[in-house]
Design a protein. Structure first.
Length: 554
């Protein structure tokens, strides 16, 4: 048997591996390997342990799966009873042994975690720990599985499910609907122009500049307190905001029967304003309004504005009352330095561009080969086309002098325009009893719906796009699934913040959870279902540890 021994030579210790042997009837130690001094011994032992560990690892199988985000989202879904709600509203249906409601929840988790098409679902599903914990074979989760499970769900059923989920959430947090924000957006699709069976996808003013594609539109009501889609409505992509406003407000009243419309304040953008829309509102409102209908308010000097505090920031505001479209309304003028600076930059660029076009026109006039008409009336029409911006038309003074367009900048007029119009915004409301601070605070809270729309266009998580479905019914169900995934993520963020005090954005939360992986270590015994498996979470960083502890408390 080999033995490790040391010998001291000239005061230094050296190590050897020896083996005892009987030679000529006597036991003698034969050196098998010379190691060296203490440092060499340490290196030898470390290398030896590594070799032994490597030999052990050759006998086991190691595999890790994405775990944190899917586990947390499924846990939130169970906490709020989403499956029970869907089972109660949607017709029962089972495919591959999986209930319809559960398939839709898995699709929602997919959209929140790693947005992709239904064709990509099986590959994503296999990369997570879900198949093992749910005992579902990834190969059955095909695109056909989901299309079949989505089939037959009506628009009324989708609204009923959304309303029931909203009611469950509001009841859990004991939050009433008192202030809600309304806004709209649209999403381009890949539906062929020749597909006349689809009535939702129409060409319109796409907010992502994809005018070459058909689009569908989405209206959402949300609140600052929760930041989830409380009520949504999918409608035709060519319907403008003013038309949709009337329809959606009517629909909204029907969908919140437990709320008294007289107690609800609706906050919306000025793009929805028409005389009919404002005068027909049966609930309180706060909205922006075009100052062009109240031009006399431009003449109020900034020295008459007063400093107020809104959300911890100083604002300049002037409050008055005006008759607008036959009704007395509270009007609050605000001044924003950032808006002022932006409008000033835009004006300067507009002036530079206009002057450049006039110079180009003069060059064409002087060019004998140019076919441009040099008649005074024709030249004036071209100048008017260049100065189509209302401010540029007043600031740049022009004169047709022979075959030249003379021009000058009226600096006095420019200063008057900047002083009167720039940086100002008008907010109107019927909440006469509210303070100016409360009105402005509520108005600025509508950024919660803008953030929701940003989330729905986030390609890393929550995204509604791409939309590869071709029928109205499938598009509606698809958007319902995406909004459900966003709702689950928002609830998860709220619970993690409450249970563990972790203040983190939804996107960062999903990123950190997605990096929490579950490793499976098992012996190679030729059996795929071997019970000799150890499941362990991989080492987490400090942020992931805090998030995970909060998730486990949910």
């Amino acid at each position: 048997m080999a033995t490790l021994i040391s010998k001291t030579v000239k005061g230094h210790q050296y190590w050897y591996i020896v083996e005892s042997k009987r030679i000529g009837g006597k036991v003698k130690q034969e050196v098998i390997e010379y190691i060296g001094n203490q440092k060499k011994l340490s290196e030898y032992l470390l290398n030896s342990n590594a070799r032994r560990l490597s030999d052990c690892l050759e006998q086991v199988c190691i595999k890790s799966y994405s775990h944190g985000d899917t586990y947390a989202l499924m846990k939130i879904s169970e906490k709020f009873g989403i499956k029970e709600i869907l089972d109660a509203i949607f017709k029962k249906k089972t495919r591959n042994g999986i209930e319809r409601s559960f398939s839709l929840i898995l699709a929602a988790v997919h959209r929140a975690s790693f947005p992709g098409s239904k064709n990509e679902f099986a590959n994503w599903f296999q990369s997570t720990s879900l198949p093992f914990h749910l005992n579902i074979k990834p190969q059955v989760m095909t695109s056909m599985h989901f299309w079949d499970q989505m089939d037959g769900i009506s628009e009324n059923e989708l609204m009923a499910a959304e309303d029931a989920i909203t009611k469950r959430i509001l009841g859990y947090y004991d939050i009433g609907i008192h202030k809600v924000a309304l806004d709209y957006t649209n999403y381009f699709t890949y539906i062929s122009s020749g597909n006349d069976r689809n009535t939702l996808a129409k060409r319109g003013r796409n907010k992502q500049k994809r005018y070459d594609l058909r689009q569908c539109s989405l209206a959402i009501i949300t609140s600052k307190d929760l930041g989830i889609p409380l009520f949504s409505h999918v409608y035709e992509g060519n319907t403008n905001d003013q038309t949709e406003f009337r329809e959606y407000v009517k629909l909204l009243r029907e969908r919140m029967p437990s709320c008294n419309p007289e107690e609800v304040t609706l906050v919306f953008d000025g793009g929805s304003n028409t005389k009919e829309n404002l005068n027909s509102l049966s609930m309180h409102y706060i909205c922006s309004f075009s100052l062009s209908y109240c031009k006399e308010l431009y003449q109020i000097d900034l020295t008459d504005y007063r400093e107020i505090h809104v959300n911890g920031r100083e604002k300049k505001a002037f409050r008055t009352t005006r008759n607008i479209w036959g009704q007395e309304r509270e009007c609050i003028l605000t001044f924003s330095q950032s808006l002022y600076d932006g409008q000033l930059r835009e004006l300067e660029l507009s002036l530079i561009n206009a002057l450049g076009q006039i110079e180009e026109l003069n060059k064409k006039i002087q060019n004998p080969k140019s076919r441009i008409s040099k008649e005074k009336e024709d030249l004036q029409k071209k100048v008017d086309g260049i100065l189509k911006n209302k401010h540029s038309r007043k600031i740049i003074e022009t004169e047709i002098a022979g075959e030249t367009v003379a021009y000058r900048i009226n600096e006095e007029e420019k200063a008057i325009i900047i002083h009167c119009y720039f940086g100002k915004k008008l907010i109107i409301t019927d909440r006469k009893e509210w303070s100016t601070e409360d009105i402005l605070t509520t108005y600025y809270e509508q950024d919660c719906v803008e953030k929701l729309f940003q989330d729905t266009k986030n390609s890393d998580h929550f995204s509604i796009q791409p939309i590869y479905h071709w029928t109205d019914q499938k598009i509606r169900v698809h958007i319902f699934i995406c909004l459900l995934g966003l709702t689950l993520s928002t609830l998860l963020q709220k619970e993690v913040g409450g249970a563990g005090g972790v203040k983190i954005s939804k996107n960062r939360l999903m990123e950190e959870l997605g990096m929490i992986r579950e490793s499976w270590v098992g012996e190679l015994d030729g059996e795929s279902d071997s019970k000799k498996v150890i499941r362990r979470l991989e080492k987490m960083n400090d942020m992931q540890e805090m998030i995970w502890q909060a998730v486990e408390k949910i």
